[in-house]
Design a protein around this ligand. Structure first.
Ligand code: NAD
Length: 365
């Protein structure tokens, strides 16, 4: 399909935003042009998204695995040519300190384990890419940031949408005030969760329910579009299945305001599928994505018509970007502080539900 002038301009804007990620590192002066990753936790995301994405990356290379399930070792060795010396379990993980082949540990474990393995990874001299949500509390996020700082290791959080062309384009529309000043954002992400026995429904493992798992994408979208931190939050929770959701939240709606006065209306749920979007409303027009947070097939439109941009592998781009940060020694845009700010907002949401009050969001000291 040919692009008209407007979609071409929109595409160009997003592609130039992608280009800021930079070209592959090729300088002859630099001996290292790739960064070696070990995946920690070989569950659904590692198996179905991250490992396949690592076959497309330019700077990030899959060389190691950390698993508590010995049966997975041979499967991964056969599939990805992982050398025996680069296979670890959760007990001997700290021995990574003696393995110079591995530069990065990518933590893809249940949320409650992110803190421990980030801190142990940094202590073993590894840079850390950690899946979202960064941890179960802001205090844990801070401890992870401190550990990486102490060991002079880089830390990034798996906010893949921040590398996605449609999201980058919408951020550009918001920040450039293409439709005038932004006034409101409506954002929501939810799905109907299955197996009642999974870790996502256990408070000690997941730290929360739908909000921690997928509501965080709606929160991220609001923060990403505006570039602002929410000032105050009002939130409510409803439960239609108190037994299944005895330990964690089922459905939450919340509103938050930003310093420039953008009103954000957000929702998340584990009770129903189909909500996967954001819409931003400016003085003279609107724009948004639906679906917004899927691994592929992101679609967008604005008051001027469809937003047509390339679909990318978000995980591959995210990992290549982290590899570039390491090779060129600069911080990741999806930093530990970025993860911490989300947890501060999430804690305000939970506090508002408990208290029934409007809650001010804490700032990073
Ligand atoms: P999963 O349940 O499929 O995999 C979890 C892995 O952790 C499994 O290999 C399991 O064996 C291992 N594990 C170790 N100790 C465990 C314990 N005590 N209990 C349960 N599992 C244990 O989960 P997943 O969907 O792969 O999610 C992993 C992380 O990735 C989570 O933090 C999740 O929020 C995040 N995630 C991110 C995205 C994204 O789009 N960025 C998508 C899905 C999941």
């Amino acid at each position: 399909m040919s692009l008209d002038r407007r979609t071409f301009i929109e595409s160009s804007a997003a592609l130039s935003a992608i280009a800021t990620l930079g070209a592959p590192h090729t300088s002859a002066a630099e001996p290292k042009s790739t960064v070696n990753f070990a995946l920690v936790g070989l569950g659904s995301l590692s198996t179905n998204q991250i490992a396949p994405a690592l076959q497309k990356t330019e700077r990030a290379k899959l060389v190691g695995i950390v698993t508590g399930t010995p049966a997975k070792e041979k499967i991964w060795q056969d599939k990805y040519g992982i050398e025996q010396k680069n296979i670890y379990n959760y007990d001997n993980f700290d021995k990574l300190v003696d393995n110079d082949d591995i530069d990065v540990v990518y933590i893809v474990l249940p949320n409650s384990m992110h803190k421990e393995f980030t801190i142990r990874g940094a202590a073993a001299g590894k840079h850390v890419l950690c899946e979202k949500p960064m941890a179960n509390s802001s205090a844990d996020c801070q401890a992870m940031i401190d550990a990486c700082h102490q060991h002079k290791r880089k830390l990034a959080v798996g906010y893949r949408c921040q590398f996605e062309p449609h999201h980058l384009h919408c951020r550009e529309l918001a920040r450039s005030q293409a439709f005038g000043a932004l006034k409101a954002i409506e954002a929501g992400f939810g799905f109907k969760i299955g197996d009642p026995n999974q870790w996502r429904l256990k408070a000690n493992m997941a730290g929360g329910g739908a909000l921690m798992d997928v509501g965080i994408y709606a929160l991220q979208a609001c923060r990403f579009l505006t570039g602002e931190e929410p000032v105050a939050i009002t939130a409510q929770e409803t439960k239609t299945d108190p037994q299944k959701f005895a330990q964690v939240d089922e459905t939450i709606t919340w509103t938050m305001t930003t310093p420039s006065g953008v009103n954000c209306y957000c929702s998340t749920s584990y009770a129903f599928s189909g909500i996967n979007r954001f819409n931003a409303y400016a003085e003279n027009g609107q724009f948004g994505l639906n679906p917004a947070y899927s691994y592929e097939g992101i679609q967008g439109s604005s008051s001027k018509g469809p937003i047509k941009l390339p679909q990318i592998d978000q995980f591959a781009t995210e990992m290549d970007d982290f590899a570039k940060c390491i090779l060129e020694d600069h911080p990741s845009r999806v930093s530990g502080e970025e993860g911490l700010r989300d947890l501060l907002a999430i804690e305000a949401i939970y506090q508002s539900i408990r208290s029934g009050q409007r809650v001010n969001v804490k700032r990073i000291a």
